[in-house]
Write a protein that binds this ligand. Sequence first.
Ligand code: GLN
Length: 545
Amino acid sequence: MPATKKPGNRQQDSGRSTPGSLPGGSIGSDEFAVGRYGKLFNSFNIDSEGRISAVELGVRLRESGILESDPRVADVWAELRHAVGDKGQTWIDLDGFIGLCKNGGGVVEKSIRGDFVIPDFAALQAEISTIFEGLQSVHGGHVADYIPQLGRVDPEKFGIALCTVDGQRFAIGDADNLFCVQSVCKPINYCLTLEEHGADIVHQHVGREPSGRGFNELTLNSDGLPHNPMINSGAIMCCSLLRPAWEMADRFDHVAETWRKLAGGGAVGFNNAVYLSERRTADRNFALGYFMREHQSFPTGTDLMETLEFYFQCCSIEVDAQALSVVAASLANGGVNPLTGERIFSADTVRKCLSLMSSCGMYDYSGEFAFVIGLPAKSGVSGGLMIVVPGVMGVCVWSPRLDAMGNSVRGVAFCKELVNRFNFHVYDSFAAGEVSGKRDPRRGKIEEEVASTIRLLWAASQGDLDVVRIALATGKDPNSMDYDRRTALHLAASEGHLDVVRYLLDRGASPTVQDRWGGTPLSDAQRGAKGSVVTLLESAAALVV
Ligand code: GLN
């Protein structure tokens, strides 16, 4: 049986990668990195040469939801593909592994540790797949046919995609078919107006109450303003506020560029046929425009025709479900794209937008949707639906058949299924899981507790005083134990880390605490013959009565 080489035996290594394995350069000589990543490395199957399989690493990344198109790990996947292509050699040594962990900006490490907002991503995928299959038999509703481009869409199309705030992704069905965003452009344009002018100015021109009326109804509030930015009149108003002094082309670029940033490399395009059709069949939107002009609701100097054209262009932006799920995830993540790390909107802008999506995002089904589903969402007449689970994930459902209010039938049905299974309704936190029968797939308090204990114990065993300091400074009990009742002091003593032992003792760690086998930090240090640590622990233990 081949001997398994563990990272602990690395003194004999030349530090060079074996042929066919990924290069690691000098990275492996970094003691700290070996300590930090060595145990992760050991969680894989290791061959007789001390290497792990690139295929296994790829599988682990995919299982946790880290896809090949993820820009954070583009280099990692390129390396993995390179390794696979090399005469079938698919091996990575520790140096190579450390290089990959460092390349991925922490994503690879988190993925292997299961340290994401949805730790059991496979279970969530399975649930979403079950919901997807169940909804295939739902055929209610009709596709929008006010323009031929929408009327011709295959009504059976159905795609779901999701992206968590950690960038874990999953898609099923027609998730890479392009569709025009239509009303889903409204929250994005609203965010842009907030960023440009601030809420005070924006809301001099548009209200923030649900209208209780259809999305394109000829109605204004008692101040002569559109009721909110999520219906047509309000969205036209937002368009009038967006970079009004700029050339039309630049105004559109500004919006399209924002979509691209929100989608983090996902598919974002423009459907010119939809735009031309929208413009030709827009009597109601023209009427809304004139109605608002009559009430002097627009900012001074607004060019109504340009504003309407700009609105039609924004409605004609195309995405696929995968891209829209990343857009939704950027909102779920407080305005920072989880895949690129780029901040696109301020947290304050996103909070305001999500508030209005919650109260007004689903046309005149919004009240019922808030009651039953309890999540901010926005639908469009093309059958796209963007759902935000704040702090957790963004979801897109695309299915073109609409109900009488203009919302995707399967989209709404999906939301009902989702919140029946998971406690994602914003007020679900008040209902105990056992009572509601709903599950919480998020990394919970227990997991957090376990994770922080592991972090402390790990740092103590590695002699990483900085991490130990941070753990205790953030309130971690210095006597926290793992399931074998081992404490940070046991581990630091076993490994002979004098500075960590001293620090823990100063902060109240017990020198006499017994682990599962009756071992104390002192007996651990004695077994390892760690002279100065033994002396220190002996005097500390002597003080314990
Ligand atoms: N382009 C459509 C309109 O203005 C968008 C409306 C919608 O998606 N509800 O009528």
